[in-house]
Design a protein around this ligand. Structure first.
Ligand SMILES: [Zn+2]
Length: 292
């Protein structure tokens, strides 16, 4: 120490100042090292939560190099988006893996080519029928609810089948079906109706649900209908309807406009607007199955 102090004095340096500077430098180094340690994920390893493949690059379009198995552990080399470059501990296997197959908290990419409705069984229930005509108009158009609900359901059936869905109808023609028989085994149940009130002012679409497991479907469909259709938003509401109560599946009852309102009645009878509403229902169902 004495030698160092003598040497410093020879160099015209104040030993105290030099010690302080060295201490300050050490302090800064510690802070920097601690920050790096905190910001860098401390696990440089990744474990597979399911069987998967290592690919030559960071997306599913790259060729597969190896099949890898649930429980395998790899060293992380680098990352690109949701993909991770990994190497086996013996460095014999190296490649890219999708992050959602690992224990890292990475959500799966939604495949733009995915057909979320493929093989889903959708039960459509055209409201009323036969001697039960449902709501009727007060204008000269003489629109009957039972006719519009059947028309909408048959059009919607075609649209859903194009998406690969299997569609069941509770009625295919102008017949009366009891409420207790308005059910079928499927993934989703949709009852289709049009409202009516004494007052001609009431207008808009409402999406009803009853059981708690039906609420998410109702919210998704309501949002989708409101995004596209010209009907006023009456929201997604809980109501004790028999067709909803008697099923344990996600189910909704759609009131697609008021026949008693002249503006809504025009929309209900307009093929183009029905097409928009049906597209909105198809989109809503796709989103429901993609993100559930
Ligand atoms: Zn009805």
């Amino acid at each position: 120490m004495k030698k160092l102090e003598r040497w410093l004095r020879q160099k015209k340096l104040n030993p105290k100042r030099v010690y302080m500077a060295v201490l300050a430098l050490l302090f800064v180094c510690i802070i920097v090292a601690a920050s790096i340690a905190l910001l860098t994920p401390n696990n440089d390893k990744v474990r597979l939560t399911e069987d998967a493949e290592l690919r030559t690059g960071p997306n599913a379009a790259y060729p597969v190099l190896y099949k890898v198995e649930e429980g395998d552990t790899f060293k992380i080399l680098s990352r690109s988006g949701k993909w991770i470059e990994v190497a086996s501990t013996d460095h014999k296997q190296k490649g890219w893996i999708a992050g959602w197959h690992t224990n890292l908290d990475i959500k799966e990419d939604v495949d733009p080519n995915a057909r979320p409705l493929k093989n889903k069984v959708i039960v459509l229930d055209p409201g009323h029928g036969g001697g039960d005509q449902g709501a009727s108009s007060r204008t000269g158009k003489k629109t009957l609810e039972k006719d519009v609900t059947l028309k909408t359901s048959l059009e919607l059936k075609k649209r859903l089948e194009k998406e690969g869905a299997i569609v069941k109808l509770t009625r295919k023609d102008d017949t009366y079906v009891k409420l207790k028989d308005r059910k079928a085994t499927g993934d989703i149940f949709i009852s289709i109706h049009n409202d009516a009130l004494e007052s001609a002012d009431a207008n808009g679409a409402t999406v009803y649900w009853y059981h708690k497991n039906q609420e998410a479907l109702a919210n998704t469909l309501n949002a989708s209908i409101q995004k596209k259709a010209l009907l006023t938003d009456r929201g997604s509401r809980q109501e004790n309807y028999q067709v909803l109560r008697q099923t344990k599946k996600p189910a909704v009852l759609l009131e697609l406009g008021y026949i008693s309102n002249p503006t809504d009645e025009t929309l209900i009878n307009d093929k183009n607007h029905r097409y928009i509403v049906e597209s909105a229902i198809v989109d809503g169902l796709k989103n429901y199955f993609l993100y559930q």
